[in-house]
Ligand binder design. Sequence first.
Ligand code: SAM
Length: 250
Amino acid sequence: MNYHVLTLFPEMIEQGLHTSIIGRAMQKGILSLEAVNIRDFAFNKHQKVDDYPYGGGAGMVMQAEPVYLAYASVCEKIGTKPRVIYLTPQGKVFHQAMARELALEEDLIFLCGHYEGIDERVLEEIVTDYVSIGDYVLTGGELPAMVMIDSISRMVPGVLSNQESGETESFAGNLLEYPQYSRPETWHERKVPEVLLSGHHANVERWRREQSILRTDKWRPDLLKKADLTGKEWAWLHEQRKKQRENSES
Ligand code: SAM
């Protein structure tokens, strides 16, 4: 997977993504990252890339031409026209299934806006996907691009040393992951659940599945509606909810 990020702050992208799992995958050549400075494509001697919005109003707008030239330089270099993701609070909200789907691409271009955003005309011409990382407004698209790159990379084969851990994590099958424990067995008088020390693989798996269901029911009931629970599991969950209600009433 090759990422190309069009940005006014390339150092932010470069510094933010060269550590830990993602940094290691880059060293191994599984991923590559190029931060393209839009300012290098400014057509004036002060490298100014923004101007006042037509119609008035607050803030500045990034101009179309430098963005277009930065995009064209990537396409020319790699010889294809990859998908272009514009990070914007107005886009479709990013989620795990989207990360999984984008991980199948060979190249991806991320376009980071700043100020009040980017001239609409260049967006119409080059953008294929409008993506938001949540219903709040950030200063620029760099952090959202890094969030997406981190998450997509986990889905690229070979990036995680234990591929299985990407498949059983939260959101797989629309469930949150079960709680995790490590040594020591007792910490601040809190014990690790007995079943995890039993060495009984089938019981551990059942306990983890049940915990995933309970946790999703408590924290993300919206997800649970889409989860692939068996009839037996739904019946078990109704029973657990009943018990909890009775406990809280007594
Ligand atoms: N005026 C724009 C609006 O109201 O939709 C917001 C512009 S924002 C201050 C500047 C840039 O930050 C955007 O062009 C976008 O690239 C990025 N950005 C801000 N919030 C974002 C979010 N939630 N998800 C993705 N990108 C975001």
